[in-house]
Design a protein around this ligand. Structure first.
Ligand SMILES: Nc1ncnc2c1ncn2[C@@H]1O[C@H](COP(=O)(O)OP(=O)(O)OP(=O)(O)O)[C@@H](O)[C@H]1O
Ligand SMILES: [Mg+2]
Length: 365
């Protein structure tokens, strides 16, 4: 899909008006605090999900104003389309002239893969960040998956509450039997689904990572789950059932559940070493970028449309070759990339530079 142009009025510090985009690379350039991320944020609100900054509606409206209004022209599903958003204390969305019940009506119609510095927690943070990444990606492709997660977390919370309450006491086995069976059934299915997704993700991530690093580094991905029996949900259920049984005494003593899908991880390595502990800043950044773009490519395979790539503050810490890849070699992607360094902008071969100064966006081809 392609974003053609964006109109904003009273959106944060942006001047009211229209901005036209290149179908290829759009470099959003300017000094700190000028409105670059604001512009990317406005664009991404048309994906129908919350602001990637987690902003509340009133924060999106220019100070002193009562509403913000935006309009996006875009190409998707083989036709030109139009989406409108009116932000007050709520968001009112219109798609091709049809009022939507909520902004979520845009989901799946206009899609973006967003990289923001917060995403670095995917490599730098704990295993929960990586599980969340996998869960969000899988949920976009398998609508029944979120229900499985909700069910698993509900059973886990009940089991943990029960374990805490009964620490040191004996003979609660019949209650635990029921929870363990449910936990094994749902947990094993979650682990299998994640492992299956990672198996699809590996090749794409390696290919993109290879491009970003010009073949100088290699990335490894491995889904880590102590009870997984590859390609057999039933055997995995059985293995988790056994593990819960084996650990029951220690679970009771500690008042928490020590085995299950909530303990799985996605191991990321660069040149054979754990990325979190050994990779450089630029290598870590490249890992996150490759993972996010690979996720978008997989989504494209199932949805038939390639999302736009929105890369906020990605350039710092990347060397010239990596910057060149993002600026000039992401063939087939429409890219929006913010940067502060005018020197970086000079490396752009083709596309558009949009200079942002004090909220005013000026386009240069
Ligand atoms: N609701 C709002 N009303 C008016 N101004 C706002 C509002 N929200 C944010 N701003 C202003 O927008 C500016 C920040 O814009 P933005 O985050 O897009 O900067 P940036 O160009 O991305 O900078 P950096 O390079 O530091 O990331 C700040 O000056 C801030 O005061
Ligand atoms: Mg910014």
């Amino acid at each position: 899909m392609i974003a053609r142009s964006l109109f904003t009025q009273n959106f944060r510090n942006l001047y009211s008006g229209d901005i036209a985009f290149s179908d290829e690379v759009n470099v959003i350039s300017g000094q700190n605090g000028q409105g670059k991320t604001n512009l990317l944020e406005a664009l991404c609100l048309f994906t129908g999900v919350r602001s990637f900054r987690g902003a509340k509606n009133f924060e999106l409206i220019a100070k002193g104003e009562k509403f913000a209004r935006m309009e996006l022209q875009f190409f998707a599903d083989k036709r030109e389309q139009n989406a409108k958003l009116l932000i007050t204390d709520k968001k009112q969305a219109t798609l091709n002239g049809v009022k939507q019940a909520a902004a979520t009506g845009f989901i799946g119609r206009f899609c973006a893969v967003v990289f923001s510095p917060d995403n670095m927690s995917l490599v730098k943070g704990g295993s929960n960040e990586r599980r969340r990444f996998l869960d969000a990606a899988i949920s976009q492709q398998f609508p029944t998956y979120p229900r499985l997660l909700v069910e698993y977390n509900r059973i886990l919370a009940q089991r943990n509450a029960f374990l805490k309450k009964s620490a040191g006491k004996a003979n609660f086995d019949s209650m635990l039997d029921i929870w363990d069976e449910n936990l094994a059934q749902t947990g094993a299915r979650i682990s299998c689904k994640r492992a299956e997704y990672v198996a699809r993700l590996v090749g794409k991530t390696q290919e993109i990572f290879d491009g970003i690093s010009s073949g100088r580094d290699s990335i490894g991905l491995r889904y880590s789950c102590s009870y997984l029996i590859p390609e057999s949900v039933n055997d995995t259920v059985e293995a988790l059932r056994k593990l819960l049984e084996t650990h029951r005494a220690s679970d009771l003593a500690q008042g928490c559940t020590n085995s299950g899908a909530h303990r799985d991880d996605l191991h990321i390595s660069v040149n054979g070493m754990v990325a979190r502990s050994y990779a450089s800043q630029g290598q870590k950044r490249s890992c996150v970028l490759a993972l996010k773009l690979a996720e978008a490519s997989l989504l494209e395979e199932s949805a038939g449309e390639r999302p736009i790539a929105v890369l906020d503050d990605v350039m710092s810490e990347l060397d010239g070759l990596r910057q060149d890849y993002l600026l000039n070699h992401m063939d087939g992607w429409q890219v929006f990339i913010s940067c502060c360094d005018p020197h970086t902008v000079k490396g752009l071969d083709r596309g558009r530079i949009i200079e942002v100064e004090n909220g005013k966006c000026m386009s240069k081809d």
